[in-house]
Design a protein around this ligand. Structure first.
Ligand code: CP
Length: 307
């Protein structure tokens, strides 16, 4: 079986085929509406989610399949002390594929090693979020027409931002990528991501200034400073509004900039930016459903089999 725990579990050919499949689903959804008839997805969400859980569920329904699961660990037997491993073994009795979000790094890998059905990491703590990366790649591809030769800025909480960690690991696969890391000193990208960029020969720079970085970017990936990852409220309050993207700042940006955000946002993108044609974060949400439809089909071996 194949799982998706880290975006690097997919090679470049598989990634490209998955994105092509997602694009085909967008163009012709009716071709896929019964592909998962009699298949069941389990969504095991030990941490809050709006987009990821509901887009997985919507994806499975769009493929004609069924969904079981929980969105609140307190309503599951985890609250009685059941381990991730045991819960996963139980769920494979009811489901053909599992999407799991958990606050602990590595939890999805434990789940994958505990069962015989494909497991998708739907976010493990501040570590990785590979299905969001598929959404992000699809959004960049559909807006820029390519995944190569792009200057991509990541802004905000790069330390705990699992969407950032995963997307950077994916972008390493493509030629001509340059990365600009924009964060306060306390929220810098972890060294394992920087080492991966060095190993791949990717050009990257670090700055604390969004204003300085903005004019050269092709893609700006904003992120939320995540209250739930901080040990102390004082640090969160001090850092949470470090970057606020507004129309005034965007005057210096390229006309074809793609503004992305995995959402939810708090203050980091002013709502006035939503009307800017460069704002693509709600398109990103829509793309998430199609990327996850493609992922389910490929992991179940129904379309575009994995190598
Ligand atoms: N992008 C994302 O992971 O959103 P949710 O936390 O709402 O799932």
């Amino acid at each position: 079986k194949r799982d998706l725990i880290n975006i690097t579990d997919l090679d470049l050919d598989e990634l490209d085929r998955l994105l092509a499949l997602a694009s085909d689903i967008i163009e012709s959804p009716e071709k896929y509406q019964d592909k998962c008839a009699h298949k069941t997805l389990a969504t095991l969400f030990y941490e809050p989610s709006t987009r990821t859980r509901l887009s997985f569920e919507s994806a499975m329904y769009g493929l004609g399949g069924n969904v079981v699961g929980f969105s609140d660990a307190n309503s599951s037997s985890a609250s009685k002390g059941e381990t991730v491993s045991d819960t996963t073994r139980v769920m494979e009795c009811f489901a053909d594929i599992i999407a799991m979000r958990h606050p602990k790094e590595g939890a999805a890998l434990v789940a994958a090693n505990s069962c015989d059905v494909p497991v998708i990491n739907a976010g493990d703590g501040g570590h990785l979020h590979p299905s969001q990366t598929l959404t992000d790649l699809l959004t960049i591809l559909r807006n820029k027409g390519r995944l190569t030769d792009l200057k991509v800025g990541f802004c905000g909480d790069l330390k705990f931002g699992r969407t950032v960690h995963s997307l950077i690991l994916a972008l390493l696969r493509y030629k001509g990528i340059e990365v600009v890391l924009i964060s306060p000193d306390e929220l810098k990208l972890p060294s394992y991501n920087k080492d991966a960029m060095d190993d791949a020969g990717i050009k990257w720079v670090e700055t604390t200034s969004l204003e300085e970085a903005l004019p050269e970017l092709d893609v700006l990936y904003m992120t939320r400073v995540q209250k739930e990852r901080f040990f102390n409220e004082e640090d969160y309050v001090r850092l949470k509004d470090t970057y606020i993207l507004d129309e005034q700042k965007l005057e210096s940006a390229k006309d074809d900039l793609v503004i992305m955000h995995p959402l939810p946002r708090v203050n980091e993108i002013s709502v006035e930016v939503d009307k800017d044609p460069r704002a693509k974060y709600f398109d990103q949400v829509k793309n998430g459903r199609y990327a996850r439809m493609a992922l389910i089909l490929m992991l179940l071996g129904i379309e575009g089999g994995l190598n």
